[in-house]
Design a protein around this ligand. Structure first.
Ligand code: FUB
Length: 333
Protein backbone atom coordinates (compact mmCIF):
# COMPACT_ATOMS: atom_id res chain seq x y z
CA UNK A 1 0.00 0.00 0.00
CA UNK A 2 1.52 3.32 -1.01
CA UNK A 3 1.77 6.12 1.55
CA UNK A 4 -0.01 9.45 1.32
CA UNK A 5 2.56 12.17 0.76
CA UNK A 6 2.11 15.70 2.04
CA UNK A 7 1.67 18.47 -0.57
CA UNK A 8 1.06 15.92 -3.35
CA UNK A 9 -2.30 15.14 -5.04
CA UNK A 10 -4.14 12.65 -2.84
CA UNK A 11 -5.67 10.96 -5.89
CA UNK A 12 -4.74 11.30 -9.54
CA UNK A 13 -7.41 9.27 -11.37
CA UNK A 14 -9.98 12.07 -10.99
CA UNK A 15 -9.72 15.81 -10.34
CA UNK A 16 -10.88 16.85 -6.88
CA UNK A 17 -11.20 20.25 -5.17
CA UNK A 18 -12.66 22.09 -2.16
CA UNK A 19 -11.77 19.39 0.40
CA UNK A 20 -13.77 19.25 3.64
CA UNK A 21 -11.92 16.81 5.89
CA UNK A 22 -13.30 15.17 9.04
CA UNK A 23 -12.35 12.33 11.34
CA UNK A 24 -15.23 9.87 11.63
CA UNK A 25 -14.81 6.52 13.40
CA UNK A 26 -11.03 7.05 13.62
CA UNK A 27 -10.56 7.50 9.85
CA UNK A 28 -10.12 10.63 7.76
CA UNK A 29 -12.97 11.26 5.33
CA UNK A 30 -12.60 13.96 2.71
CA UNK A 31 -15.63 15.46 0.97
CA UNK A 32 -14.38 17.23 -2.17
CA UNK A 33 -15.91 18.67 -5.31
CA UNK A 34 -15.37 16.40 -8.31
CA UNK A 35 -13.87 18.49 -11.12
CA UNK A 36 -14.49 17.22 -14.64
CA UNK A 37 -11.83 16.77 -17.30
CA UNK A 38 -13.80 18.84 -19.85
CA UNK A 39 -12.50 21.49 -22.26
CA UNK A 40 -13.98 24.74 -20.93
CA UNK A 41 -13.37 28.46 -21.20
CA UNK A 42 -13.01 30.29 -17.88
CA UNK A 43 -15.20 33.25 -16.96
CA UNK A 44 -15.59 35.30 -13.78
CA UNK A 45 -18.97 33.74 -13.08
CA UNK A 46 -17.39 30.31 -12.61
CA UNK A 47 -19.34 28.60 -15.42
CA UNK A 48 -16.27 26.38 -15.93
CA UNK A 49 -16.98 24.72 -12.57
CA UNK A 50 -19.63 22.43 -14.02
CA UNK A 51 -19.40 19.54 -11.56
CA UNK A 52 -22.14 16.89 -11.57
CA UNK A 53 -21.50 14.55 -8.65
CA UNK A 54 -19.62 13.87 -5.43
CA UNK A 55 -17.10 11.20 -4.48
CA UNK A 56 -15.90 10.58 -0.92
CA UNK A 57 -12.18 10.01 -0.25
CA UNK A 58 -10.88 8.08 2.78
CA UNK A 59 -7.51 7.77 4.50
CA UNK A 60 -7.13 5.30 7.34
CA UNK A 61 -4.42 7.56 8.80
CA UNK A 62 -2.30 10.51 7.61
CA UNK A 63 0.28 7.95 6.50
CA UNK A 64 -2.13 5.80 4.50
CA UNK A 65 -2.98 5.73 0.85
CA UNK A 66 -6.04 7.79 -0.06
CA UNK A 67 -8.92 5.64 -1.31
CA UNK A 68 -11.77 6.81 -3.55
CA UNK A 69 -14.96 5.38 -2.02
CA UNK A 70 -16.81 6.13 -5.27
CA UNK A 71 -19.72 8.31 -6.28
CA UNK A 72 -22.05 9.07 -3.39
CA UNK A 73 -24.50 11.53 -4.99
CA UNK A 74 -25.24 12.63 -8.58
CA UNK A 75 -27.16 15.71 -9.72
CA UNK A 76 -29.68 13.46 -11.52
CA UNK A 77 -30.74 12.14 -8.10
CA UNK A 78 -31.60 15.59 -6.74
CA UNK A 79 -34.98 16.93 -7.89
CA UNK A 80 -34.33 20.64 -7.29
CA UNK A 81 -30.86 20.81 -8.91
CA UNK A 82 -30.17 21.97 -12.46
CA UNK A 83 -26.35 22.03 -12.46
CA UNK A 84 -23.06 23.05 -10.79
CA UNK A 85 -22.62 20.94 -7.66
CA UNK A 86 -19.93 22.94 -5.89
CA UNK A 87 -18.00 22.64 -2.62
CA UNK A 88 -19.66 20.27 -0.11
CA UNK A 89 -19.21 19.48 3.58
CA UNK A 90 -20.34 16.64 5.83
CA UNK A 91 -21.42 16.58 9.46
CA UNK A 92 -22.30 13.80 11.91
CA UNK A 93 -25.10 14.02 14.43
CA UNK A 94 -27.66 11.68 16.00
CA UNK A 95 -26.18 8.58 14.33
CA UNK A 96 -26.44 9.97 10.76
CA UNK A 97 -24.11 11.70 8.30
CA UNK A 98 -25.33 14.80 6.50
CA UNK A 99 -23.79 15.91 3.20
CA UNK A 100 -24.36 19.63 2.57
CA UNK A 101 -23.89 20.82 -1.00
CA UNK A 102 -24.50 23.98 -3.02
CA UNK A 103 -26.01 23.77 -6.49
CA UNK A 104 -28.06 25.88 -8.88
CA UNK A 105 -31.80 25.37 -8.91
CA UNK A 106 -33.84 25.32 -12.13
CA UNK A 107 -33.82 29.17 -12.18
CA UNK A 108 -30.02 29.32 -11.96
CA UNK A 109 -30.00 30.43 -8.30
CA UNK A 110 -27.56 28.80 -5.87
CA UNK A 111 -29.02 27.18 -2.76
CA UNK A 112 -27.73 24.58 -0.31
CA UNK A 113 -29.10 21.07 -0.24
CA UNK A 114 -28.57 18.18 2.11
CA UNK A 115 -28.40 14.40 1.67
CA UNK A 116 -28.37 11.82 4.45
CA UNK A 117 -26.55 8.52 5.03
CA UNK A 118 -26.00 5.99 7.80
CA UNK A 119 -22.31 5.80 6.94
CA UNK A 120 -19.65 8.46 6.23
CA UNK A 121 -18.94 7.07 2.74
CA UNK A 122 -22.58 7.12 1.55
CA UNK A 123 -24.48 6.69 -0.56
CA UNK A 124 -26.33 9.82 0.47
CA UNK A 125 -30.07 10.19 -0.04
CA UNK A 126 -31.03 13.78 -0.90
CA UNK A 127 -33.89 15.72 0.61
CA UNK A 128 -36.55 16.66 -1.96
CA UNK A 129 -35.88 20.40 -1.85
CA UNK A 130 -32.98 22.62 -0.85
CA UNK A 131 -32.78 23.83 2.75
CA UNK A 132 -35.44 26.53 3.07
CA UNK A 133 -33.83 29.92 3.67
CA UNK A 134 -30.44 28.82 2.29
CA UNK A 135 -28.62 30.65 -0.48
CA UNK A 136 -25.21 31.10 -2.09
CA UNK A 137 -22.43 28.48 -1.86
CA UNK A 138 -19.75 26.69 0.15
CA UNK A 139 -21.50 25.28 3.24
CA UNK A 140 -19.30 24.35 6.21
CA UNK A 141 -21.00 22.87 9.25
CA UNK A 142 -19.68 22.91 12.81
CA UNK A 143 -21.31 20.65 15.38
CA UNK A 144 -20.24 22.42 18.56
CA UNK A 145 -19.27 20.77 21.84
CA UNK A 146 -22.75 21.49 23.24
CA UNK A 147 -24.38 19.65 20.29
CA UNK A 148 -25.59 22.81 18.52
CA UNK A 149 -24.86 22.84 14.79
CA UNK A 150 -24.03 25.93 12.73
CA UNK A 151 -23.87 26.24 8.96
CA UNK A 152 -21.46 28.82 7.51
CA UNK A 153 -21.66 29.70 3.81
CA UNK A 154 -21.44 32.34 1.13
CA UNK A 155 -19.39 33.26 -1.90
CA UNK A 156 -18.96 36.43 -3.97
CA UNK A 157 -19.16 36.72 -7.78
CA UNK A 158 -20.27 33.33 -9.19
CA UNK A 159 -21.37 32.39 -5.65
CA UNK A 160 -24.08 35.11 -5.90
CA UNK A 161 -23.76 36.48 -2.34
CA UNK A 162 -23.99 40.09 -3.59
CA UNK A 163 -27.42 39.29 -5.00
CA UNK A 164 -28.86 38.54 -1.52
CA UNK A 165 -28.09 41.89 0.15
CA UNK A 166 -31.78 42.78 0.48
CA UNK A 167 -32.66 39.35 1.91
CA UNK A 168 -34.19 38.22 -1.42
CA UNK A 169 -32.49 37.30 -4.67
CA UNK A 170 -32.01 40.29 -6.99
CA UNK A 171 -30.83 38.95 -10.34
CA UNK A 172 -29.63 42.32 -11.67
CA UNK A 173 -28.28 42.93 -15.15
CA UNK A 174 -26.90 39.66 -16.60
CA UNK A 175 -24.18 41.65 -18.43
CA UNK A 176 -22.95 43.22 -15.18
CA UNK A 177 -19.37 42.34 -14.21
CA UNK A 178 -19.54 39.77 -11.36
CA UNK A 179 -19.31 41.55 -8.01
CA UNK A 180 -20.18 45.00 -9.40
CA UNK A 181 -23.46 44.94 -7.45
CA UNK A 182 -21.62 44.44 -4.14
CA UNK A 183 -19.99 47.02 -1.84
CA UNK A 184 -16.99 48.88 -3.26
CA UNK A 185 -13.99 50.83 -1.94
CA UNK A 186 -14.34 52.01 1.67
CA UNK A 187 -17.76 50.39 2.08
CA UNK A 188 -17.98 47.52 4.56
CA UNK A 189 -17.13 44.22 2.86
CA UNK A 190 -19.80 41.54 2.70
CA UNK A 191 -19.34 38.87 5.34
CA UNK A 192 -20.08 35.15 5.16
CA UNK A 193 -23.39 33.93 6.57
CA UNK A 194 -24.15 31.68 9.51
CA UNK A 195 -27.34 29.99 10.69
CA UNK A 196 -28.03 27.50 13.42
CA UNK A 197 -29.42 24.20 12.15
CA UNK A 198 -32.36 22.48 13.78
CA UNK A 199 -31.76 19.21 15.60
CA UNK A 200 -32.97 17.39 12.46
CA UNK A 201 -29.90 18.83 10.65
CA UNK A 202 -31.91 19.31 7.43
CA UNK A 203 -33.55 22.65 8.24
CA UNK A 204 -32.50 26.04 9.62
CA UNK A 205 -33.43 27.10 13.14
CA UNK A 206 -32.48 30.72 12.41
CA UNK A 207 -32.16 32.78 9.27
CA UNK A 208 -28.70 33.13 7.66
CA UNK A 209 -27.09 36.10 9.41
CA UNK A 210 -24.13 38.09 8.16
CA UNK A 211 -20.85 37.68 10.06
CA UNK A 212 -18.77 40.78 10.70
CA UNK A 213 -14.99 40.50 10.39
CA UNK A 214 -13.09 43.28 12.19
CA UNK A 215 -9.60 44.66 11.70
CA UNK A 216 -7.06 45.29 14.49
CA UNK A 217 -8.85 48.58 15.36
CA UNK A 218 -12.24 46.94 15.74
CA UNK A 219 -13.45 48.35 12.39
CA UNK A 220 -15.23 46.08 9.87
CA UNK A 221 -12.99 45.08 6.95
CA UNK A 222 -13.60 47.19 3.85
CA UNK A 223 -14.52 45.96 0.37
CA UNK A 224 -11.23 47.31 -1.04
CA UNK A 225 -9.18 45.30 1.50
CA UNK A 226 -8.87 42.38 -0.89
CA UNK A 227 -5.98 40.73 0.97
CA UNK A 228 -8.18 40.24 4.07
CA UNK A 229 -11.86 40.58 3.22
CA UNK A 230 -14.09 37.51 2.86
CA UNK A 231 -14.62 36.04 -0.62
CA UNK A 232 -15.69 32.37 -0.31
CA UNK A 233 -14.92 28.94 1.17
CA UNK A 234 -15.54 29.38 4.92
CA UNK A 235 -14.33 26.82 7.41
CA UNK A 236 -14.91 26.77 11.15
CA UNK A 237 -12.80 24.93 13.70
CA UNK A 238 -12.21 25.33 17.41
CA UNK A 239 -8.80 25.58 19.05
CA UNK A 240 -8.35 26.08 22.79
CA UNK A 241 -12.02 27.06 23.12
CA UNK A 242 -11.87 29.83 20.47
CA UNK A 243 -13.71 29.84 17.15
CA UNK A 244 -11.48 30.11 14.08
CA UNK A 245 -13.22 31.25 10.89
CA UNK A 246 -10.93 30.68 7.91
CA UNK A 247 -11.73 31.53 4.30
CA UNK A 248 -10.47 32.41 0.83
CA UNK A 249 -9.82 36.02 -0.16
CA UNK A 250 -10.64 35.09 -3.77
CA UNK A 251 -9.06 37.76 -5.97
CA UNK A 252 -5.84 37.75 -3.93
CA UNK A 253 -5.85 33.94 -3.50
CA UNK A 254 -5.01 33.68 0.21
CA UNK A 255 -6.49 31.47 2.89
CA UNK A 256 -6.76 33.71 5.95
CA UNK A 257 -8.46 33.47 9.34
CA UNK A 258 -10.22 35.45 12.04
CA UNK A 259 -10.91 34.53 15.68
CA UNK A 260 -13.89 34.95 18.02
CA UNK A 261 -15.21 33.72 21.38
CA UNK A 262 -18.59 33.21 19.76
CA UNK A 263 -19.70 31.07 16.78
CA UNK A 264 -21.78 34.03 15.51
CA UNK A 265 -18.86 36.45 15.69
CA UNK A 266 -17.85 39.19 15.38
CA UNK A 267 -14.46 37.78 14.36
CA UNK A 268 -11.17 39.65 14.41
CA UNK A 269 -8.79 39.16 11.51
CA UNK A 270 -5.72 37.22 12.69
CA UNK A 271 -3.50 36.41 9.69
CA UNK A 272 -2.70 34.30 6.69
CA UNK A 273 -2.79 30.50 6.68
CA UNK A 274 -1.91 29.62 3.08
CA UNK A 275 -0.02 31.51 0.39
CA UNK A 276 -1.50 31.49 -3.15
CA UNK A 277 -1.60 28.14 -4.90
CA UNK A 278 -1.41 27.30 -8.61
CA UNK A 279 -4.84 28.01 -10.10
CA UNK A 280 -7.39 30.80 -9.55
CA UNK A 281 -9.30 29.31 -6.63
CA UNK A 282 -8.06 28.34 -3.20
CA UNK A 283 -10.23 26.39 -0.75
CA UNK A 284 -9.40 24.46 2.40
CA UNK A 285 -10.37 22.72 5.62
CA UNK A 286 -8.59 22.22 8.93
CA UNK A 287 -8.85 19.05 10.99
CA UNK A 288 -7.23 17.54 14.07
CA UNK A 289 -5.99 13.97 13.68
CA UNK A 290 -4.42 12.20 16.68
CA UNK A 291 -3.38 15.46 18.36
CA UNK A 292 -1.85 17.06 15.26
CA UNK A 293 -3.49 19.60 12.96
CA UNK A 294 -3.72 19.35 9.18
CA UNK A 295 -4.66 21.68 6.35
CA UNK A 296 -6.46 20.14 3.37
CA UNK A 297 -6.40 22.34 0.26
CA UNK A 298 -6.28 22.12 -3.52
CA UNK A 299 -4.28 23.42 -6.42
CA UNK A 300 -4.17 22.99 -10.21
CA UNK A 301 -0.61 21.65 -10.49
CA UNK A 302 -1.59 18.16 -11.72
CA UNK A 303 -3.55 19.60 -14.67
CA UNK A 304 -0.76 22.04 -15.53
CA UNK A 305 -2.66 25.05 -14.18
CA UNK A 306 -6.19 24.51 -15.55
CA UNK A 307 -8.41 26.39 -13.07
CA UNK A 308 -11.30 23.95 -13.20
CA UNK A 309 -9.14 20.79 -12.91
CA UNK A 310 -7.83 20.80 -9.38
CA UNK A 311 -6.37 18.22 -6.97
CA UNK A 312 -6.78 17.85 -3.24
CA UNK A 313 -3.62 17.86 -1.12
CA UNK A 314 -2.83 18.13 2.58
CA UNK A 315 -0.04 19.14 4.96
CA UNK A 316 0.52 19.62 8.66
CA UNK A 317 -0.48 22.98 10.17
CA UNK A 318 1.24 24.50 13.21
CA UNK A 319 0.05 26.98 15.85
CA UNK A 320 2.22 29.47 17.64
CA UNK A 321 2.04 29.57 21.45
CA UNK A 322 -0.32 32.58 21.32
CA UNK A 323 -2.86 30.61 19.25
CA UNK A 324 -1.97 32.20 15.90
CA UNK A 325 -1.32 29.92 12.94
CA UNK A 326 2.00 29.68 11.09
CA UNK A 327 1.62 30.65 7.41
CA UNK A 328 2.12 27.77 4.97
CA UNK A 329 3.81 28.02 1.59
CA UNK A 330 2.92 24.68 -0.02
CA UNK A 331 5.78 24.91 -2.53
CA UNK A 332 8.54 25.40 0.07
CA UNK A 333 10.82 22.39 0.26
O1 FUB B 1 -15.39 24.54 -6.82
C1 FUB B 1 -16.25 25.59 -7.21
C2 FUB B 1 -15.97 26.81 -6.40
O2 FUB B 1 -14.60 27.19 -6.55
C3 FUB B 1 -16.12 26.63 -4.91
O3 FUB B 1 -17.43 26.61 -4.47
C4 FUB B 1 -15.31 27.78 -4.44
O4 FUB B 1 -15.00 27.78 -3.08
C5 FUB B 1 -14.09 27.67 -5.33
O5 FUB B 1 -13.16 26.74 -4.83
Amino acid sequence: MSKAEQNKPLVKHIYTADPSAHVFNGKIYIYPSHDLAKEVVDNDNGDQYSMEDYHVLRMDSVESECVDCGEVLHENEVEWVSHQMWAPDCAYKNGKYYLYFPAKDKDGVFHIGVAVSDTPDGKFVPEKNYIEGSFSIDPAVLVDDDGRAYMYCGGLWGGQLEKWQTGSFVAGDPDMIPGADGPQGDEKALGPRVAELNDDMVSLKTELKEIVILDENGEPLKASDEKRRYFEGPWMHKYNGKYYLSYSTGTTCYIVYAISDNPWGPFTYAGKILEPVIGWTTHHSIVEVDGKWYLFYHDSSLSGGINSQRSVKFCELFYNEDGTIKTINPYDN
